[in-house]
Write a protein that binds this ligand. Structure first.
Ligand SMILES: *[C@@H]1O[C@H](CO)[C@@H](O)[C@H](O)[C@H]1NC(C)=O
Ligand SMILES: *[C@@H]1O[C@H](CO)[C@@H](O)[C@H](O)[C@H]1NC(C)=O
Length: 371
């Protein structure tokens, strides 16, 4: 145990040094973001979208996170303060608020994008961001009524065009149909954002393996199916595949056995595929998004009271995902500290991570819930 704490201290200081070094380097990504001159907005025009330069990958933020991880590890005597340092570490105000000036983004202007699971939560917010950027959007989810409203809002926000197709992703024929609809509407595709999840439960594994199989179909097989269907178009456009996963897709968490299983499957499939794309010189990026606890209605309803960690804002989460996809990042970590620190600990000190994570659950408030 002592040895590992020591090891981790060493690792953290190493990372700290490297990030100090990083700090002096010009950020290529920063140049990328700044390259188009910001368009002047007419007065009274709808809320403008800004690329936030103090992104979660900003070296100074990364450094703060690493300092925190260092302090966290050095106090890791499995005590509550260590847990709260890790899980609640507040790195100042939300990242977006730190750069009010921001920079107008027109990167995704005119791009053709599919967003799944877009009737609510993070998917809905992604649709709105894309609309403000002037993209062509095709959204999908189960409920037609909700989709109609989101499409109307997207049109209002300035989408180049906005369309929907309603259906269930447990039907793989439907999954393919979504991609074909984009092909018919747009004549191609630039970005495929896979975000939907099926209904499951928040509670101890009940032994129902059939449910795991059904959920795999929705949360994983439909992702693979849509990827295969979209690949010819994405190869032409040098496009992006964006996969929304979760900390639960990197670290086994309690009360979400079927969900965790399906999210781990995504990592295996898409990380392998990404390597093959490099070998095959297929210029289609794959971005796996590791998302922490977000303030979507369904997440709040499900885990509030049980998970102690504060929920992160879905609007900012949605923007980080889109930005990560556009920048062709391998992985997006949002919120950075709530996802990256556990992942740093995962392979170095699994026992410490386990006790920190378990402390984050208040089982006195626990009730099994259908999601
Ligand atoms: C599956 O989706 C296809 C295409 O949307 C549809 O024609 C078919 O009826 C669906 N099957 C079921 C069982 O809902
Ligand atoms: C891959 O596509 C991106 C986006 O079009 C482009 O910027 C990049 O140069 C391409 N890379 C290669 C190796 O062709």
């Amino acid at each position: 145990m002592q040895t590992r704490v020591c090891c981790l201290c060493c690792l953290s200081s190493l990372l700290l040094c490297s990030s100090l070094h990083l700090r002096r380097l010009p950020l290529q990504q920063r140049d990328l973001l700044l390259s188009p001159p910001p368009r002047q907005r007419a007065e009274g025009e709808e809320g403008e979208v800004t690329w936030v330069l103090r992104s979660s990958q900003d070296p100074s933020t990364v450094m703060q996170t690493r300092v925190c991880s260092l302090c966290c590890v050095s106090s890791a005597s499995s005590s509550q303060p260590a847990a709260s340092c890790c899980m609640h570490s507040a790195l100042g105000p939300p990242l977006a608020a730190q750069d009010p000036a921001g920079h107008q983004n027109s990167m995704l202007k005119g791009k053709r994008v599919i967003v799944t699971g877009a009737s609510s939560g993070i998917g809905e917010q992604m649709a709105y961001h894309l609309a403000k950027m002037g993209s062509h959007i095709l959204i999908t989810a189960r409920t037609e009524e909700k989709l109609k409203k989101v499409v109307a809002q997207c049109t209002h926000l300035g989408a180049a065009s906005a369309h929907y197709i309603a259906g269930s992703m447990d039907n793989l024929t439907f999954a393919k149909q979504v991609v074909h609809k984009a092909e018919n509407l747009f004549g191609g595709l630039d970005m495929l954002i896979l975000n939907h999840i099926g209904h499951t439960y928040f509670g101890y594994f009940d032994g129902n393996v059939d449910h795991v199989r059904d959920l795999l179909k929705i949360n994983f097989l439909s992702y693979a199916t849509m990827t295969v269907a979209a690949l010819p178009m994405l190869k032409i456009s040098n496009g992006n595949i964006v996969v929304v996963s979760s900390v639960a897709g990197k670290i086994g968490l309690p009360l979400t056995v079927p969900y965790s299983t399906t999210k781990f499957a995504l990592d295996g499939f898409f990380s392998s595929l990404r390597m093959e794309f490099i070998q095959q010189k297929t210029n289609v990026s794959i971005t796996l998004c590791i998302i922490s606890y977000i303030d979507t209605d369904s997440a709040l309803k499900t885990v509030s009271g049980v998970i102690q960690q504060p929920a992160a804002p879905k609007e900012e989460c949605a923007l980080e995902i889109i930005k990560g996809g556009f920048l062709r990042k391998r992985e997006v970590y949002y919120q950075y500290h709530a996802t990256k620190i556990p992942l740093l600990l995962r392979d170095w000190a699994p026992e410490i991570l386990q006790s920190l994570l378990l402390m984050n659950y208040n089982m006195d408030n626990f009730q099994r819930k259908e999601v």
